[in-house]
Design a protein around this ligand. Structure first.
Ligand code: MGD
Ligand code: MGD
Ligand code: SF4
Ligand code: MO
Length: 913
């Protein structure tokens, strides 16, 4: 019988807050049991998720610990490179005087802020105010440039303002959902589940996925169009021409509410369908099926994400999609419209405050004198930036060229996330003053910082975020501020005040939010200002208490008695001065860099299910590490053959800009000619796996968004003589290892290892090498060891007082044993005889079969367990699998993978009968 859990008196109440990861913006209930132990549940009352959380959200409790946190301000000694703790006073003084000196000597454009869609709206608002209204430069850009800027530019061209007209409910009201360049199943999991649920209730609803890869999202699709990378504009131009030709357009809507239709149609060039299909590398029949479906279905939602935005034709891709909705008048009504899914939790909030280098604040524009006058008058600021600042990629070029001499980076990790990442390193190394506000001390970017400022993290800070459907939600603090960390808005205001700027006397985020809300309403009409849809006048004058109690609410919300608009454009009035939307002519362009003989493959980069960006938070969860624990290069088996690499081996991927190393795999549904690499692994967690180092720095000419999905590359075998892995309680000495990846465990750290030289020759006495590797002093330690020199196998476990402390497995072949049972030994207080025999044999004895890599992270169910159950119990549906082995029964993120395993197991069965 299990021991009963002691009941803690005065259990604290759950705090209702918002998930800090994706733009779905799910409500979370957090119940702190101690400063580092928090129970997490979905908030049933939140209208984005109604109580559900995906696997990353569910694992939030594992990421609030203080390990690795930056807890006090630090300055770097430039000669020794050493960091030392300093007081806040010194740190703020160093930043303020450094910025002031450079501004004095070189003008305001010699300094810059590089901020993030993960800042809260209040942080973002004051950063933008400081730069544009007080320093007087627009050199503030954000990682949203890498993320949604093509959508911003596309919306502004079409609608006259950056507006997402939609509502999540529209996904449930649609009869056709087109997902373009969006791996919704992995990147917006809760919206994907809402779509699945709806499809279960209404099986006639059709789902079309347009993505070169066969992703987890495709498991639910009626039709997958694996288009040639970069050919989306052709595909949607073809659709526009088809709609026109087949009388499926809404002439009355086009006449009354739009401009530019004829020019857009002419540029769409009614193409010969067979030729069009060849240009998009699609089956002509499939293409026609999609066109007919779109033409005949009134309620269509077209969702788009990074396969659209992150392209040298990103803005045109966006407009080619919007053109089809305008042509059919399918916008502003329930269940239809173009829907840009935002990536980061506060991508939208950043756009509201105008955090991009070419926008102002409150949806006002930098390049218009009246707009500038409105903002400057409202701020009473000494100056206002007169022209657009440098966009992210240009900004780092200017840093490298020495034109920008000081940069303050907040809440983003550009060494990992910008394209041509090695150039970003060179730029930061040359920069006179690099300041970084982060929650984590050791990041690839912080390695270049002169000043480190400790920010409060999720759970510790207060403010608001806006999700993909314009819904503003509160993030609320539920654990005390650790160490000397301060809220981002607080740090920014401290620096601004030290620079002698007024206008930064805020007592709390509620006052900043109030100013932001008042600016949205200020001169927001044609009489003495500029009318704009972004208006949250109804949220002004909230005192701390009412701000704290703010319920999730959608904008616009012009007056206090309003409830917020579910949908925009319901009056068919757009934000251009004449009230009409614009068709934009989008003549197709090929991606800037095409594959050639030297770099014959196209590199596509993106996300995996259980990691968030540069892994500073999700990388700390053992549960999340189980799904995919190493970076990989996904490619078609025939391409692999042509490159001389095999599944499971290490390969190097090289472009004209840089290279990285990862393990080859075939499971990701890659078409011929493309390879896919995840964006997450970086120098903190792997020796050489930064995808950004390989990516070309080409940008979209309108939005400045990088072409992350299309870099010509070559793949070659990365020769190693041995493979291995180690488990230890501390970080081992990695200098004798050629390639490594760190995998986080709650009670251990695991390294996947590989070496270039023959293990025997290079490492002499194996025990001595292992002792040095783990820095074990005790020469009389208890070792369990096995060695087979002829087969190049070495296994050793170091045991202290019967407890395992370290172990290492080396082999000349990549046929190493499963890791899960070894990990479980690190939770034991002593090893029994069976464990010791298992360690010697290199496989678990009497422990049952290896469960395989984790598929269901919530219940820790492995692939082998699932496949065995499918085969032995003849399971046919994901629900059968859940009933049998629990997988998929909590957050549901793995349901698409369960479906895939059912098909694969059935195929394997058929091939053996
Ligand atoms: N698990 C997880 N979820 C996340 C994040 C995370 O880090 N991890 N990050 C969040 C953020 S900030 C963002 S921006 C979103 C991104 O969410 P998504 O955009 O869904 O994610 P990506 O994996 O970047 O890319 C989407 C798809 O675009 C496809 N693609 C590549 N080239 C083309 C093309 O030319 N045309 C088309 N049609 N498709 C193409 C890729 O194959 C890929 O499957 O995810 C958010 N959610
Ligand atoms: N190759 C390739 N590159 C890409 C993409 C791609 O698809 N392919 N996608 C791009 C996209 S869409 C995005 S959004 C970016 C994301 O890229 P980044 O923004 O660089 O990635 P994150 O890991 O989210 O970085 C957030 C940083 O902020 C810190 N942090 C967390 N909370 C706080 C806080 O409250 N305050 C402060 N000050 N810091 C905090 C974290 O520790 C971390 O260092 O990557 C882009 N880069
Ligand atoms: S879908 Fe997942 S990651 Fe995105 S907000 Fe919801 S719980 Fe967080
Ligand atoms: Mo993003």
């Amino acid at each position: 019988m299990k021991a009963s859990i002691p009941i803690i008196p005065n259990v604290p109440a759950a705090v209702r807050t918002t998930c800090p990861y994706c733009g779905v913006g799910c409500g979370v209930k957090a119940t702190p049991r101690s400063a580092v132990d928090v129970a997490i549940a979905g908030d049933e009352a939140h209208p984005s998720n109604f109580g559900r959380l995906c696997v990353k959200g569910s694992a939030l409790g594992e990421t609030v610990g203080l390990e690795g946190r930056l807890l006090s301000p630090k300055l770097r000694d430039r000669t020794t490179g050493a960091l030392s703790d300093v007081s806040w006073d010194d740190a703020i003084g160093t930043v303020a005087s450094g910025f002031a000196r450079i501004i004095d000597e070189h003008g305001p454009d010699a300094v810059a802020l590089y901020v993030s869609g993960q800042l809260l709206t209040e942080d973002y608002y004051v950063a933008n105010k400081l730069m544009k209204g007080y320093i007087g430069s627009a050199n503030i850009d954000t990682n949203s440039r890498l993320c949604m800027s093509s959508s911003v530019a596309g919306h502004k061209r079409a609608f006259g303002e950056d507006l997402v007209p939609m509502n999540y409910e529209d996904l449930e009201l649609a009869d056709l959902i087109v997902l373009v360049g969006s791996n919704t199943a992995w990147c917006h999991p809760i919206l994907f589940q809402r779509i699945i649920k709806m499809k279960e209730a209404r099986p006639d609803v059709k789902i079309v996925v347009i993505d070169p890869r066969y992703t987890a999202t495709c498991e639910m699709a009626d039709l997958h169009l694996p288009l040639k990378p970069g050919s989306d504009v052709r595909l949607f131009n073809g659709l526009l021409a088809f709609l026109a030709e087949h009388g499926a357009t809404d002439a009355a809507f086009i006449d009354a509410h739009t401009n530019g239709y004829d020019a857009a149609l002419a540029a769409a060039m009614p193409a010969d369908i067979a030729q069009l299909a060849r240009d998009c590398k699609l089956d002509a029949h499939d293409l026609m099926t999609f066109y007919r479906l779109f033409a005949r279905t009134e309620r269509v939602v077209t969702v788009y994400s990074q396969g659209v935005n992150q392209s040298s034709a990103g803005t045109d891709k966006v407009n080619s999609i919007i053109n089809c909705h305008l042509a059919t008048g399918r916008i502003g009504k329930p269940g239809m419209g173009p829907f840009s899914f935002t990536g980061q939790p506060n991508a939208m909030g950043g756009r509201e405050v105008g955090g991009l280098a070419n926008t102002l604040a409150a949806h006002l524009e930098l390049d218009d004198a009246l707009h500038r006058e409105i903002v400057q008058t409202f701020w009473h600021s000494p100056r206002i930036a007169q022209r657009a600042g440098l966009k992210a990629v240009d900004l780092f070029d200017a840093i490298e060229a020495g034109r920008v001499k000081a940069v303050w980076i907040m809440g983003t990790n550009p060494v990992v996330s910008l394209p041509d990442g090695d150039r970003v390193k060179r730029a930061l190394a040359k920069c006179e003053l690099v300041v970084s506000s982060d929650i984590i001390e050791k990041t690839d970017t912080n390695a270049f910082a002169d000043v480190l400022l400790p920010a409060l993290g999720w759970g510790e800070k207060d403010g608001t975020v806006t999700n993909s459907e314009r819904r503003i939600s509160r993030q609320r603090a539920f654990i005390p501020a650790p160490g000397h960390a301060r809220a981002d808005w607080h740090i920014i205001c401290d620096v601004a005040r030290r620079m002698n700027f007024d206008g930064f006397e805020f007592e709390g985020p509620h006052q900043i939010f109030d100013e932001h809300a008042r600016l949205s309403a200020y001169r927001n009409d044609a009489s003495d200002g500029v009318p704009r849809a972004f208006h949250i006048g109804g949220l002004t004058a909230l005192d701390r208490e009412r701000y704290d109690a703010l319920e999730p609410v959608q904008w616009p919300l012009r007056a206090k008695d309003e409830t917020g608009a579910a949908r925009l454009f319901d009056t068919q009035r757009f934000s251009h001065a004449d009230g009409r939307a614009r068709f934009i002519a989008t003549p197709p362009r090929a991606p800037v860099n095409a594959p050639d003989a030297e770099y014959p493959l196209v590199l596509n980069t993106g996300r995996v299910r259980d990691q968030w960006h540069t892994m500073t938070r999700t990388g700390r969860s053992e549960k999340l590490a189980g799904h995919i624990s190493e970076s990989f290069i996904d490619m078609h088996p025939q391409d692999a053959l042509a490159c001389g690499v095999r599944e499971g081996e290490l390969a190097r991927i090289t472009s004209r800009w840089g290279s990285m190393i990862a393990r080859v795999q075939h499971g990701g549904g890659m078409p011929r000619g493309s390879v896919f690499v995840p964006i997450h692994w970086n120098d903190q967690v792997a020796s050489d796996a930064r995808a950004g180092a390989v990516v070309n720095p080409v940008v979209d000419p309108v939005s400045g968004e990088p072409e992350f999905k299309h870099t010509p590359v070559a793949v070659e075998k990365f020769h190693v003589m041995w493979h291995g892995f180690s488990f230890s309680r501390d970080v081992p000495a990695l200098d004798t290892v050629t390639h490594w990846t760190r995998v986080h465990g709650a009670r251990f750290v695991r390294y996947e290892l590989a070496g270039r030289n023959r293990f025997d020759a290079a490492h002499g006495d194996h025990r001595e090498w292992a002792r040095a590797f783990f820095a074990i002093d005790d020469p009389h330690a208890d070792w369990i060891e096995y060695e087979d020199k002829s087969a190049g196998i070495y296994r050793a476990a170091h045991v202290v007082n019967d407890r395992i402390e370290h172990c290492i497995f080396i082999s000349e072949r990549p046929d190493l044993p499963a890791r899960a049972w070894l990990a479980s030994l690190f939770s034991k207080d002593y090893l029994d005889d069976e464990d010791r025999v298992s360690l010697l044999l290199g496989q678990p004895v009497g422990k049952g079969e290896d469960t395989g890599p984790t598929v269901c992270s919530c219940f820790g169910v492995g692939r082998n367990t699932i496949c065995n159950a499918i085969r032995d119990k003849n399971l046919k549906t994901a629900a059968d699998v859940t009933a049998c082995v629990k997988a998929g029964g909590n957050c549901g993120s793995c349901v698409p993978e369960l479906k895939k395993l059912i098909v694969e197991t059935e195929m394997a069965r058929l091939s053996t009968v």
